[in-house]
Design a protein around this ligand. Structure first.
Ligand code: GCW
Length: 681
């Protein structure tokens, strides 16, 4: 049978270890569910199919008379759970958290999965299945888990013609043509996968999409998707094109302070709620990259966001207003513009607005310092936006596990309330007591058979969900879970592949943009090297603008002698990043223009170090190929060859990056490639 990776991490393959299997069977003699709801139904279905696969034996509904049953429910719908007096524990877990307990129920040993809501029970169910998938002991369970962030949302950059902006895994999975009557099994499997990692929202449409999605012809299709997702706790959101009142409403203006415009959006929101009663709200890209917005009418981002927020407030909707704004007509360092425009608006947004900020100040580069807005808006909840799709990270041909990238940003210290004021604490609301919290990931999902183009792209979808739930999880732990569920529980496979995954992002940084270099990819498509890009009309879309290589040196001076973007960070950060000697080397050329002979920490000159990194990065991809080759015995032929062929492409491309960048920068540095490094091929 072909194994194309369609089943993601939900394979539920037979547990090979017989002793483990026996132990599981002894503790799973039957299933008790008293409650009744669409969510409990899908939880039961998942358990039944999951356990049939894992244990080779169906799990039957039973009564409480047997020892070793699994009980699923809330205290409200299940009397035996109510009698366990878990109220104190459960209250602490909020609406989505869950408990998994080994307990004595009516004198018999049982396992209980419970929560305050059915969706919490569903999350607990997936967690329980994961315990079996990863071969954990299930006899002494005492697990409690609750999300640290409320809105854990995928952003699809999917257009209505099914192209996906920055999508590398085929076309959009939303088949608008066949909706609403045809519910593709993929929609269900998509919802299952998301629920299994705690993702509770999805924005169906691209931030650059037109307003067509807001017409009744499409809303009826949106409703069909929302209905399919609802049992899985997955809410639907839509992008709102700011000029919609003009484009589809026939109004003369989209001015957010205009009474007719306000009414138009109020009515539109009411119409959407008539199709989708639990509609989540709007995601908006305004006054960025040519998109219309409130500034077209001399109004602020807050005016725009608040007008939309008022339209959805009554039904509990929210607005996620993106801070990704820049414009070549603003003659300042692009890295500064979002802060410059948004910081003065702190405190001016409605309570149901989240300002959605990309992890770094430029654009999803292989490495960026954290965005200076994090920590700078104590009165405005800021939502994290990560990019799961690998726009600047070799797209779907490069194996790059992104948990280390996400963690690096989340763990970064803003210093705004002294040391330890991490970005994670800003985003989870604990630093500034935000009432609303969120994290978005730009999806890497398409209609490719394996969903994400590169099989290892699945790990990025997976780790985004896991970190949105709990940002304290380590990259290693998340990779371990994913590898065990996706491939095998064999340690001889897990150790080297886990290590390879954790190293992969640093490897990519080395062969693409070491030492703080950024945005030197090919023009517009962002694939492959293009450090020479210049002479376009827009300086901010050229590479030379970002690396500033000259015969003297290289790097973007963002200190006080340069653009002073550094001033947007708290003093504690400024002190550290402000001098080349104390600036972390990975951000050296992000903040400083440095002479070619400058001595870096290794004792080498900057030029030599740059060459070293490019060569190391390319060499490491060669090692990745060897590591994968050694894992052949543990992986089915189809998935093995898929990854193997992609690693070969990646190695070619890493060399391409190395040679292109080293030779291009050498035209400025006028120095030889250090002895011992292989000559560019
Ligand atoms: O990263 C850039 C992309 C654009 C994208 C934009 C954004 C959706 O190159 O394709 O548009 O960011 O985030 O709005």
């Amino acid at each position: 049978i072909a194994d194309d990776g369609y089943r993601l991490w939900q394979r539920y393959d037979f547990v090979q270890d017989q002793a483990k299997r026996q132990a599981y069977l002894a503790n799973l003699t039957g299933l008790v569910i008293e409650g009744n709801s669409p969510t409990l139904t899908v939880a039961r279905q998942e358990l039944v199919t999951g356990l049939a696969g894992l244990l080779g034996k169906p799990l039957r509904l039973t009564s409480l008379n047997t020892a070793g049953v699994l009980i699923l429910g809330t205290p409200q719908n299940t009397s035996v759970i109510k009698n366990l007096n878990l109220a104190v524990k459960l209250t602490a877990l909020g609406p989505e958290g869950f408990l998994i307990l080994s307990a004595q129920v009516q004198g018999k040993k049982a396992t209980v999965i419970t929560a305050n809501s059915d969706v919490g029970v569903l999350y607990g169910t997936f967690h329980f299945l994961k315990l079996l998938q990863t071969n954990q002991d299930i006899t002494q369970l005492n697990i409690s888990s609750a999300p640290k962030i409320q809105r854990r949302i995928l952003n699809h950059w999917d257009n209505l013609d099914r192209t996906v902006e920055r999508g590398y895994a085929g076309f959009s999975i939303w088949d608008w043509h066949k909706l609403p009557d045809y519910i593709d099994q993929r929609y269900i499997d998509y919802a299952r996968a998301n629920a299994s990692i705690g993702i509770n929202g999805t924005v169906l449409t691209n931030v650059n999409a037109n307003a067509l999605i807001l017409t009744p012809q499409y809303l009826v299709k949106v409703k069909a998707l929302a209905d399919a997702f609802r049992p899985y706790g997955l809410k639907v959101y839509l992008t709102a094109r700011f000029s919609a009142p003009v484009e589809m409403g026939g109004l003369k203006t989209a001015d957010p302070l205009d009474a007719q415009v306000k009414t138009w959006w109020k009515n539109k929101a009411a119409e959407i709620y008539s199709y989708v009663p639990d509609f989540g709200g709007f995601l908006v890209k305004a006054n960025s990259e040519g998109q219309p917005g409130p500034q077209n009418y001399g109004r602020s981002h807050a005016d725009g966001a608040n007008m939309l927020a008022d339209a959805v407030a009554e039904k509990g909707g929210i607005v996620m207003w993106r801070a990704f704004v820049y414009d070549n007509k603003v003659p300042d360092d692009r890295a500064k513009q979002a802060y410059t425009e948004f910081k003065p608006l702190d405190g001016q947004f409605r309570k149901n607005v989240l300002v959605q900020v990309k992890n770094g100040p430029i654009d999803f580069q292989p490495r960026e310092p954290f965005h200076p807005l994090f920590g700078a808006m104590p009165q405005t909840p800021l939502m994290m936006e990560f990019q799961i799709t690998q726009e600047y990270l070799g797209q779907a041909t490069n194996l790059v596990y992104q948990a280390p990238l996400y963690k690096e940003t989340l763990d970064a210290d803003t210093h705004v309330k002294g040391a330890g004021s991490t970005v994670a604490k800003v985003v989870d609301g604990s630093l500034h007591q935000y009432e609303l919290t969120g994290m978005a990931g730009v999806a890497n999902i398409g209609n490719d058979r394996n969903w994400t183009g590169h099989l290892f792209g699945q790990a990025n979808w997976y780790c985004f969900g896991r970190l949105a739930w709990d940002h304290t999880l380590s990259s290693e732990k998340i990779a371990d879970e994913w590898l065990r569920m996706t491939f095998t529980n064999e340690a001889t496979f897990l150790n080297p592949i886990n290590k390879m995954m954790r190293q992969s992002r640093e490897t990519l940084v080395n062969y693409m943009t070491p030492l703080g270099l950024h945005h030197i990819m090919g023009y517009s498509h962002h694939y492959g090297p293009g450090p020479w890009i210049k002479d376009k009309q827009r300086a901010d879309w050229t590479s030379v603008y970002y690396h500033k290589a000259s015969p003297e040196g290289i790097g973007f001076d963002r200190t006080v002698t340069g653009s002073n973007a550094l001033a947007q960070y708290a003093p504690g950060v400024q002190q550290q990043f402000g001098k080349p000697a104390t600036c972390p080397e990975e951000f050296l050329l992000w903040f400083h223009h440095v002479k070619w002979d400058y001595k870096v920490k290794s004792g080498r000159s900057l030029w030599d170090e740059l060459c070293q990194r490019y060569y190391r990065g390319a060499a490491e991809v060669g090692q990745m190929r060897q590591t994968w080759q050694a894992a052949q015995a543990y992986v089915d032929a189809e998935r093995f060859n898929h990854v193997k062929m992609l690693l070969l492409i990646q190695e070619k491309e890493a060399r391409w990056w190395r040679d292109a960048c080293v030779l291009y920068f050498q035209t400025f540095a006028q120095r030889p490639i250090p002895a011992g490094l292989e000559k560019p091929s």
